[in-house]
Ligand binder design. Structure first.
Ligand code: PLP
Length: 461
């Protein structure tokens, strides 16, 4: 970590002013603001590559890719240039009744990169809206297809799932802490057990379990397929659920079950998409294609808010008709398909090819796995789950009983706050430490990350 420069008097007053204005007016997401008032907020001033810098010039390794979005690094020259180039033309113009080159080129590129059969791209602005769009499209599709099945209105999600914070997305979410309070506001969804081998909800063990969690989902579909529009999953790794890595073959089995029972499969790749798992899309790891694919986060390389929902031609066709048929998809946000964001996304995707990013992610993920062997023997480390550069380190009070440490799950904050002192920014999910560095992270930076964690976890032991 670089040493802080001493604060100049005007810098000191800037810091004090920003801190007091923040505390006076800013309501931070997923944050208990009472505690925030007592905290000393870290004010980020600038960034470069895999590092963020605070007002005093202190450098921090961005261990969570600024909430799982950064691909080639902060201030990547090609992305900066693409946005500037687009800024000289038009910053925003609507896709309602008009169109523009960046949105068109990007849609074509996404179709080329996506799993086969996904031919249509509907833009929105965030992962949550990409999920909302998928839910609404699935619902409307069954009403409008040539042989309508209007009873098919329900959705199935995995019990610990997280698909975003808007009301529809929360309805298909199951994290008690985030979702329970809103339950009366939500539509009712069906659930199936999450595939979580370290804490199997069915109290079974791999491999003798026969992937009973998938078969339970199969039973829900078999019982109620006539009422079910779609199943929504995050393929191969459930992120916000606590970095739950699915057993190999799970996603393939879910795809088979959905096809068998004539239910749509929505893959939410908001977190797993764009190289994060070592595949452009995690579905590819299992050789499957969903009927609807939700993408956001890494789409613009971590620069601008943009999301999309990709659909098959069959789904799209169900929305075609004359104006009076009212088959239109009545949905669209003001900034949908924003040209600056589309330009950033195009530059981001071009760099994936230019830099062989997927190859780099696979190599660096192997290196990360080796380095994490240093953490495995530590008393607090219960489980390490990894898919590419998406990692969860679950901390336990007792490795034998797997009791989360501590039950209030505050240790994560303690560990990650302490990591800051060693120049590494991390953010926990309960008792799980999340490692999601930018895809461009180097071996030296992985060392920095693991050194900091090893030091902090050893201190606590
Ligand atoms: N879906 C998944 C799998 C996510 O991880 C997230 C965010 O973390 C979302 C949806 C929601 O995305 P956003 O925060 O951009 O609305």
């Amino acid at each position: 970590m670089s040493q802080p420069r001493s604060l100049e008097p005007d810098l000191e007053s800037t810091k004090t002013r920003l801190e007091s204005l923040d505390k006076a007016h800013l309501w931070h997401p997923f944050t208990q603001m009472q505690g925030w008032q007592r905290s000393q907020p870290l004010i980020i001033e600038r960034a470069e590559g895999c590092y963020l810098y605070d007002l005093e010039g202190r450098r921090y390794l961005d261990g969570v890719s600024s909430l799982w979005v950064t691909t080639h690094g902060h201030r990547t020259p090609e992305l900066d240039a693409a946005i500037r180039h687009q800024l000289d033309r038009v910053a925003h113009t609507t896709l309602l009744g008009l169109t523009h080159a960046p949105a068109i080129e990007l849609a074509a590129k996404l179709v080329q990169l996506a799993p086969p059969g996904l031919t249509r791209v509907f833009y929105s602005d965030a992962g949550s809206t990409a999920v909302e769009v998928a839910l609404k499209i699935a619902f409307q599709y069954w009403r409008q297809r040539p042989d309508p099945r209007p009873r098919k209105t329900k959705f199935v999600h995995l019990r610990e799932s997280y698909h975003g914070d808007t009301v529809g997305a929360v309805s298909v979410g199951g994290i008690e802490l985030f979702h329970e309070i809103y339950r009366p506001l939500l539509f009712e969804a069906l659930t199936a057990p999450e595939p979580h081998c370290y804490r199997c909800p069915l109290k079974l063990e791999r491999p003798t379990c026969g992937m009973a969690c998938a078969e339970e989902l199969g039973r829900v579909l078999a019982d109620q397929a006539d009422d079910i529009a779609a199943v929504i999953i995050e393929p191969i790794m459930m992120g916000a659920a606590g970095m739950l890595a699915q057993p190999e073959g799970y996603v393939r089995r879910v795809r088979e079950l959905c096809t068998q029972h004539d239910v749509l499969l929505i893959c939410d790749e908001v977190a797993t998409g764009f190289g994060r798992t070592g595949w452009m899309f995690a579905c590819e790891a299992e050789g499957i294609a969903p009927d609807l694919l939700c993408i956001a986060k890494g789409l613009t390389g971590g620069y601008l808010p943009l999301a999309a929902t990709l659909a098959t031609e069959t789904i799209y066709a169900a929305f075609l008709g004359e104006a009076g048929d009212f088959k239109t998809f009545f949905h669209g946000h003001t900034y949908t398909g924003n040209p600056l964001a589309c330009a950033a996304a195009l530059a981001n995707l071009a760099l994936f090819e230019q830099n062989n990013t997927l190859q780099h992610v696979r190599a660096i993920a192997n290196y990360l796995a080796e380095q994490m062997d240093r953490l495995r023997p530590l008393r607090l480390v219960g489980d390490i789950r990894q898919r590419g550069l998406m990692v969860g380190i679950e901390l336990v009070a007792d490795r034998a009983t797997r009791t989360p440490f501590p039950p209030e799950q505050l240790v994560g904050y303690h560990v990650t706050n302490r990591c800051r002192d060693y120049g590494v920014l991390l953010r926990p999910l309960g008792n799980v430490i999340v490692l999601m560095p930018p895809l461009a992270v180097s071996t030296a930076q992985i060392d920095e990350l693991i050194d900091a964690l090893q030091t902090v976890l050893t201190e606590i032991e």
